[in-house]
Design a protein around this ligand. Structure first.
Ligand SMILES: Cc1cc2nc3c(=O)[nH]c(=O)nc-3n(C[C@H](O)[C@H](O)[C@H](O)COP(=O)(O)OP(=O)(O)OC[C@H]3O[C@@H](n4cnc5c(N)ncnc54)[C@H](O)[C@@H]3O)c2cc1C
Length: 304
């Protein structure tokens, strides 16, 4: 219920205006977002790399309204690869297709994405296409497969809350795509997604096993200790080595578990979002965990 309300509010321009212009909420947001500028994010990635963690940079933004905005986002992403190379960071890039204009024009979006992926390929780097709501799943998968036919510098995400995901994962693996497995962060109807968390979790474990035995390097993205245990146990049973896959977590979340995985010798990539358009990302993080909402509200009331 609370999750649904928060996810609905994440689409509300009025709530966005209130939260974004509140200095106190901006401070709380810094727990989940590396900063407003690329320099902030680069500093965060440098620190993560020094602590033995890989990273993925995300310049926050989604559903742009003009071609100009989409082109500006694409230029920012292309520029990131030069910065990653010059700073010698161990870091790839994650992006959303709606930020590249998918809602306006699929050809424009594909053209911009192809440019970014070419730049990544030129530097031996990688672009992960984040998965947005189920309205975009088909198009995201089609676009990813088309580009994957030209280069292995691109991959995408599958969400275990969707009924269709096992089939999607098999199709993407057949196309050679590297995948990130997540539970899914959007508000989806019961016609397309498992309403019960236990089913989402069971499907997560099922798809994790498909990914780990596929012979392709994938990312298992979760902060859920039970999903982490299931993955470690399955990898051990199957003789899958630590360097054949990676765990992934979000910046600022369960840093205790992040440290533990590194100590145990696993690969861990941290998703590092930055930028001023942080509102929908922040609301999805609140929706995932009621304690985050309490933390946010108590900060507002204590200092407000
Ligand atoms: C690297 C990465 C990339 C992602 N990319 C996408 C994407 O492209 N598309 C998409 O739909 N979703 C994406 N997600 C979000 C994902 O779908 C889930 O919403 C999110 O990871 C929470 O699910 P969970 O697996 O951590 O388990 P949950 O069952 O939600 O949580 C398990 C436990 O993890 C901890 N936890 C989880 N979330 C939080 C939080 N926000 N704050 C503090 N603790 C928390 C808590 O201890 C909680 O009890 C991504 C997640 C990660 C880690």
């Amino acid at each position: 219920m609370l999750r649904s309300i928060l996810l609905a509010l994440s689409q509300s321009p009025r709530t966005a205006r209130f939260v974004i212009h509140n200095n106190l909420s901006r401070r709380v947001v810094r727990r989940f977002v590396a900063g407003e500028h690329l320099d902030d994010a680069v500093a965060a990635v440098r620190a993560l790399n020094q602590a033995g963690r890989l990273a993925s940079l995300d310049c926050l933004g989604e559903s742009v309204a003009t071609e100009d905005e989409a082109r500006r986002a694409a230029a920012a992403y292309s520029g990131m690869f030069d910065r990653i190379a010059s700073e010698k960071l161990i870091c790839n890039v994650s992006l959303k297709l709606t930020q590249l204009g998918l809602d306006m024009s699929q050809p424009l979006c594909e053209e911009l994405l192809a440019g970014i992926v070419n730049r990544a390929a030129g530097q031996g780097n990688f672009v992960r296409i984040d998965m947005e709501s189920s309205a975009y799943t088909d198009r995201t998968i089609d676009i990813c497969k088309r580009l994957r036919a030209r280069t292995d510098s691109v991959g995408t995400v599958v969400q275990s809350y969707l009924f269709r995901t096992e089939q999607d994962a098999r199709g993407l693996i057949a196309a050679g795509c590297r995948l990130r497995l997540v539970k899914g962060a959007y508000k989806e109807p019961a016609t397309v997604a498992f309403p019960q968390k236990s089913d989402v979790d069971a499907n997560y474990v099922k798809v994790m096993k498909i990914l780990l035995t596929s012979g392709i390097y994938h990312g298992i993205a979760t902060h859920d200790p039970r999903m982490l245990d299931a993955t470690r146990q399955f990898a051990t049973e199957q003789g899958i080595r630590n360097e054949q896959f990676e765990f992934q977590m979000l910046y600022g979340i369960r840093t205790d578990l992040q440290e533990q995985l590194i100590r145990e010798g696993y690969r861990l990539r941290v998703y590092v979002p930055y930028g001023s358009d942080w509102f929908p990302y922040f609301m999805r993080r609140l929706a995932e965990r009621p304690a985050n909402l309490r933390f946010f509200l108590s900060n507002l009331f204590r200092r407000g």
